[in-house]
Design a protein around this ligand. Structure first.
Ligand SMILES: C[S@@+](CC[C@H](N)C(=O)[O-])C[C@H]1O[C@@H](n2cnc3c(N)ncnc32)[C@H](O)[C@@H]1O
Length: 208
């Protein structure tokens, strides 16, 4: 994602009620933030937030947390939040520290159009690398459940191998999502861009 320094981004994030600032303090207690026992789904690398905001509006009985590494990107999501969405929160953090943040409380992880990190020496930075799958282990409550969408064929192939080698089973897979059933699909910003260009969108849903 192209990063521009957005003026005042840090301030906007500080002041937003959607953003959990002391996020490490809620480890194992995230349900207290939402004040209910509903499932919690997270999106890692939510970018400008279209997906997580759309999902929270579509599924009011699921709690959603969007995670993003950069202030300048997260602020674009905050700007979209015009109505009150009680089942949505955001965290500005690097997912590398995810084990310090959640403990046995997440039901689903969404990985949408994650950075592909094409160089072999950067494999460990891919969000479906073994390094990250290990970090997710103790984050999940019971069944581990990951849903991924991407335009990047190489990242998709890598992810299928990485996930299945790690013991995940494939529930659904599509090599061209828009030619399959896309009922209730919420588009991400990147998805819209690539789909509008006529590129196939790959999707995989796995569990363990
Ligand atoms: C290519 S963009 C996709 C954004 C959005 N999911 C979409 O589909 O439009 C990837 C996003 O993931 C974020 N990201 C990458 N690695 C991350 C990490 N380790 N932790 C949190 N966010 C990360 C980037 O800052 C960027 O906003």
């Amino acid at each position: 994602m192209r990063l521009r320094n957005v003026k005042g981004a840090t301030n906007i994030i500080e002041q937003s009620n959607y953003v959990i600032k002391d996020y490490r303090e809620y480890k194992g207690k995230y349900k207290t933030i939402f004040n209910n026992n509903n499932p919690i789904h997270i999106e890692i690398g939510m970018g400008k937030g279209n997906f997580i905001i759309g999902m929270a509006k579509m599924y009011p009985d699921i709690n959603f947390i969007g995670i993003e590494k950069y202030d300048s990107v997260m602020v674009r999501a905050i700007e979209k939040l015009d109505v009150d969405i009680p089942n949505l929160k955001l965290i500005r953090m690097d997912a590398q520290e995810i084990e310090e943040v959640f403990f046995k409380e997440i039901d689903t992880i969404y990985l949408n159009f994650s950075d592909p990190w094409p160089k072999n020496r950067h494999e460990h930075r891919r969000l479906t690398s073994e390094a990250f799958l290990k970090r997710y282990d103790n984050v999940f409550k019971n069944t581990k459940h990951i849903i991924m969408k991407t335009d990047n064929r190489k990242l998709f192939e890598f992810s299928i191998i990485s996930l299945t080698n790690y013991g995940y089973q494939i529930k659904e897979i599509s090599l061209d999502m828009y030619n399959d059933d896309i009922k209730n699909n919420v588009q991400t910003e990147y998805e819209k861009k690539f789909h509008d260009k006529g590129m196939p969108i790959y999707k995989i849903e796995v569990f363990k």
